[in-house]
Design a protein around this ligand. Structure first.
Ligand SMILES: [Zn+2]
Length: 397
């Protein structure tokens, strides 16, 4: 199929006009400005549309949309945690399943074609036949209350994925956070990540309260944890992280940590709307940049942000407000090529080029506008979304 549009955005400083590409099955074959239809070839004409690669969101909680607006913003983290722990038991598997389907669709309609989501209740996968975007399911583990049966549950996830080969789903693993997962659990998750060759992601250094727990064993967080729980050493957990781990948040690091993060090739997944929702201090972007630790953008959960649709454009806008010196090219890479690399899919996801997956988005834009700015500033759904060559046209209201 040949797709014809006004423009094609490969990067903010690389725009083809007109924008054309050819898809064969699920893969992009050719990209250019003067591609002509081959005999008998299907043509999709999209006048007034700019084509762009789909975004990748590497930190989300698709299950938790029903909790959006249930907790007020700007609470101390420990208090937020206490409230969400009281709400989670009321969120049943069927509501979680519906949330996964709906929220992933809305995210796709706002331009995100790949989501790595934390999966805290595997029962919410029951009966799920597909999602609009690609999903990496990061099965979450904690061991505050005994053995989480990590290996057995990961085996079951792998078996479930193998029964849905057409769904563009993959596995990942997630020890929840240092305050809820022991050093032994971190080691076990790292071992399994290496064995199954799946990404490992973890919440890390999100708040001052967590740091306090590990520095002096006390603080507001301590009261939320079982009395028998011994925090142990943060350092031990860090040492067990595999190369290329995805660290969600990373707001509170000590000076000694920057080099270690870089040496381990860690990725930081920063969630700007959640960061603002909690009223946190400025994200230490400069420290990561100085130490060559790549930062990418995620959304976190709708229970802790204003970003109900997990719209990465909103994350980019908030990030730009807080870090006005960032170039369009840098932001673009944080939404596309860098997260693709973090998942080991460089050149396959987050790009429109021959050999890449046909994960693309058609945006209705004013042809005289700067396409990057027009896309990031828009709050409208996309005109058309394609994941692995499957087309979806959002309903416009
Ligand atoms: Zn999270």
């Amino acid at each position: 199929m040949l797709i014809l549009a006004d423009a094609l955005l490969q990067a903010p400083d690389r725009v083809l006009r007109p924008g054309r590409f050819r898809v064969s099955g699920r893969v992009i074959r050719d990209v250019g400005t003067d591609l002509r239809p081959e005999p008998g070839e299907e043509i999709l004409e999209l006048p007034g549309v700019t084509l762009a690669p789909g975004f990748l969101n590497l930190h989300a909680h698709l299950e938790l949309s029903p909790l959006h607006g249930r907790i007020p913003p700007a609470l101390p983290f420990a208090e937020w945690l206490r409230r969400i722990l009281s709400l989670l038991p009321g969120l049943h598997a069927t509501a979680r399943t519906a949330s996964i389907i709906e929220t992933s669709r809305r995210a796709a309609e706002t331009g995100t074609t790949t989501i790595l989501t934390i999966l805290s209740d595997p029962a919410s996968l029951a009966g799920l036949a597909g999602t609009l975007p690609r999903v990496w399911w990061a099965l979450e583990f904690m061991d505050l209350h005994g053995d989480p049966e990590t290996a057995r549950k990961m085996e079951r996830l792998a078996a479930w994925l193998s029964r849905h080969p057409g769904a563009d789903w993959k596995a990942a693993i997630s020890p929840h956070a240092p305050y809820s997962a022991s050093s032994a659990l971190y080691r076990e998750c790292s071992r399994i990540a290496a064995e199954l060759r799946v990404p490992l992601t973890t919440h890390w250094a999100e708040s001052l309260e967590e740091q306090e727990l590990f520095r002096n064993g006390g603080g507001a967080m301590r009261a939320l944890l079982p009395k028998s729980w011994v925090p142990g050493l943060l350092e031990e957990r860090f040492e067990s992280l595999p190369a290329g781990s995805l660290i969600a948040h990373g707001n509170q690091f000590d000076d000694a940590d920057w080099k270690k993060l870089s040496a381990r090739d860690c990725w930081i997944v920063h969630c700007p709307t959640s960061h603002a929702w909690f009223g946190r201090e400025q994200f230490p972007l400069e420290n990561f940049r100085r130490n060559n630790v790549p930062v990418i953008l995620g959304t976190d959960s709708p229970a802790s942000s204003d970003n109900r649709n997990l719209d990465l454009r909103m994350e980019a806008r908030v990030f730009l407000q807080n870090h006005p010196g960032i170039s369009p090219g840098e932001i673009w890479s944080m939404l596309t090529t860098l997260p693709a690399k973090a998942l080991g899919h460089e050149g396959r996801l987050g790009v429109l080029q021959p050999g890449a997956e046909a994960d693309w988005v058609g945006w209705r834009t004013d042809s005289s506008a700067d396409p990057f700015a027009a896309i990031v500033q828009s709050t409208e759904p996309a005109e058309v979304v394609s994941v692995a060559g499957r087309l979806h046209r959002p309903e416009k209201v």
